[in-house]
Design a protein around this ligand. Sequence first.
Ligand code: GLY
Length: 353
Amino acid sequence: MSQPDSEAVSRREFLGSTAATAAALAAPARGAEAVAEPQRRPVAIASANGLRATARAIELVRQGADPLDAAIAGVNIIEADPNDLTVGYGGLPNEDGVVELDAAVMHGPTHRAGAVAALQGVKHPSRVAKLVMERTDHLLLVGEGAQRFAIAHGFPIENLLTERARKIWLRWKETRSDIDDWLPPPESPEDAELRRYLRERPTGTIHLSVLDLHGDLAACTTTSGLAFKIPGRVGDSPIIGAGLYVDNDVGAAGSTGRGEANLANCSCAVIVELMARGMSPTEACLEMLRRVAKRTREARLLDKQGRPKFNLVFYAIRKDGQYGAASMWRGRRYAVHDGTRNQLKDCAFLFER
Ligand code: GLY
């Protein structure tokens, strides 16, 4: 197990600062005294595909943007990118060849959230999720209802299946069984690329959490979900407490990887709670991975040593600016802008092969 991290603030200092926050909340208002708010360094943390997103989010919070608007603007870059096969436009489709997207947003200062799931035809599900938060009394809209809501708000319905994603899906369909009627074409130089995605079905996603200059937090997770999924399958990304969670007094957390493993554990709400009890972000992410590994009992999901075969990655920021990320298996990276530098860093990990 390894813990590369930004352990800049001690547990005692953090617990002291959360105790001070609680005391401030409990104290009576003091009238019109103006107290200058300390300027902090902003932080944005994301999955490894989010380096452009963290850069954009920090640029925007420096200009005074709300942290959720900054997070959404960051992930919108990846949602619009046809080359990312796991998010938005260009994402790999469901087993029928239709791209179905999940997304959720959560805003720390108001403790409000919004989400959409199994949404077809809308390139930016994160923007629709924010409208669910702002313009409905609901928190999660799915499928056709989510699409009708998006149309009502003026979103165009587009074909999100790129030629590259269609070819990967078609090859998956043609090679998945010997007892159906679909036959693959003769081997071609293109095959190597196509086959890469068939060996391990991508569950990639982008998660982005932001801490702004005032210490306010927000988060967004957006995905095309598990490649070639059963139509209607919803992963962890749009589920508040699983794909992301924010407590503005404590911190934010998000997830990428095997959604089913996360959904059964509500991991991000637990990670934030572990940070509230004094764990560093990396410790909290690792502890959650240990719990997921321990609770995974189906033999088909375990290797010969009883370890989960799948990967799952958690990302977390604490309100004091400390951040970290951890993955089930060694070799994952994450993107972080710590207010001075935007870079990819190695995740801590539970297991190595
Ligand atoms: N974590 C993304 C998904 O499982 O859909």
